[in-house]
Design a protein around this ligand. Structure first.
Ligand SMILES: [Zn+2]
Length: 257
């Protein structure tokens, strides 16, 4: 497999001969406002430009949208992705949303799915902890998913999606034993100061729990509410001695496994 970190959670995954685009946020720098109710909401999103030409980003067989928050599925993605592109969604509700933007080749993921001989397994995630998951903010954060890719010729890939470290991720690691794990690691926070994706300590928990996996830190330095920089994460990893198994790519960087 080949994984390309594009920007934020947007990834290109070339797996068993099929190319996927994950969570496309494709706007130019500053294309939409910061998220209300989050840390640093005065900063417009995305905070950096795309590292690759759009034609290269869109040269895929299918798109997977783990949830429809704007930093994973934005208005530019709705405009530039061809309307007949196959779009996988986490559930019927997101499928409906995406169909409302005139996409007519959508597929809501079941627990187990098959596409071009690849098994795609939908996994649960938890977009925050404790009280923020209750009430209005819980509704806003909503449902999220991750995806496990398996194929007889490939290593197992687990894209955890927008989730914090919690027992669901621990169970996914035990059940699927992934060789490569993508973690959304930018420690995005809602007010007053609550994490809604992984931070450095969560990455370290995954590292300890999956002792032979390679971990890729994604969803970094691209949206207003991300509070963990690559520099800070790398320094933390160095201090913990984890650097050989945890990769912190720049936007545009690729790895093959
Ligand atoms: Zn996100």
């Amino acid at each position: 497999m080949k994984l390309t970190q594009i920007r934020n959670a947007t990834l290109k995954v070339e797996y068993a001969g099929t190319t996927f685009l994950i969570d496309p946020m494709l706007s130019g720098k500053g294309g939409f406002p910061g998220f209300p109710g989050t840390v640093n909401s005065q900063i417009a999103n995305p905070t950096v430009e795309l590292p690759l030409p759009m034609s290269e980003i869109l040269a895929v067989d299918a798109v997977i949208v783990t949830h429809t928050h704007q930093d994973h599925w934005d208005d530019t993605a709705k405009t530039v992705i061809p309307k007949d592109m196959l779009i996988f969604t986490q559930n019927a509700r997101d499928q409906w949303d995406i169909q409302m933007s005139w996409f007519h080749n959508t597929r809501a993921l079941e627990e187990q799915n098959e596409f071009h001989g690849i098994a795609l397994t939908k996994t649960p995630g938890q977009h925050g902890r404790g009280e923020i998951l209750e009430g209005l903010m819980g509704d806003i954060l909503g449902d999220v998913c991750g995806i496990v890719f398996t194929h007889p010729r490939e290593k197992t890939l687990y894209i955890a999606g927008d989730t914090v470290w919690y027992k669901g991720v621990q169970e996914n690691l035990a059940r699927y034993k992934p060789d490569v794990i993508v973690l959304n690691s930018g420690d995005a926070r809602v007010l007053p100061n609550e994490p809604i994706i992984m931070g450095k300590e969560d990455v370290y928990e995954v590292y300890k729990t999956a002792p032979s996996a390679t971990i890729i830190a994604s969803h970094m330095e691209a949206v207003n509410h991300a509070t963990l920089s690559r520099k800070e994460l790398r320094a933390f990893l160095l201090e913990r001695g984890t650097t050989s198994r945890v990769l912190v790519p720049e936007d545009g960087e690729s790895y093959s496994f």
